[in-house]
Design a protein around this ligand. Sequence first.
Ligand code: CMX
Length: 138
Amino acid sequence: MKLNKIEHIGIAVKDLATAIPFYENVLGLNCYAIEEVTAQKVKTAFFMVGDVKIELLEATAEDSPIAKYLEKNPNGGVHHIAYAVDGLADTLVALEEAGNVTLIDKTPRKGAEGLDIAFLHPKSTFGVLTELCENPKN
Ligand code: CMX
């Protein structure tokens, strides 16, 4: 597989309303989009740093992956790293065939900003929840 760049870094927060002002007023970044991803049970806020995005993630349901993460990490923290890749569907097939990583998603699903996304289980990626994503418009 060929990773093109870090597309975004996902950060779990208790609530966007208090986290966004920190990113804007202290770090001086601009929140350019807020989007709820119903399928993932999250509400997201996006910032651009150079050509990498920071994605803040708030849980929208008790069984959201972010709610579960916050149970274990009450202060929040880095939740995942997302890499841009060409040919996501084929990449997932190749990873499955190679068998050295556990796929959470065997086929791409829709994430924030209309990206096709798939997650690799952190237990098989040295503790980092890893997202692969592809912009279907590219
Ligand atoms: N980073 C690193 N490790 C993590 C983790 C994370 N974000 N989330 C869970 N883990 C670890 C737990 O600490 C636990 O480790 P221990 O066994 O050592 O205690 C282990 O993974 C739990 O694994 P599990 O029982 O298989 O899974 P969980 O029910 O805890 O769910 C995960 C974890 C990653 C499989 C689930 O959150 C998932 O499927 N995530 C992908 C989808 C997602 O995160 N969506 C939200 C973002 C959406 C977006 O960006 O648009």
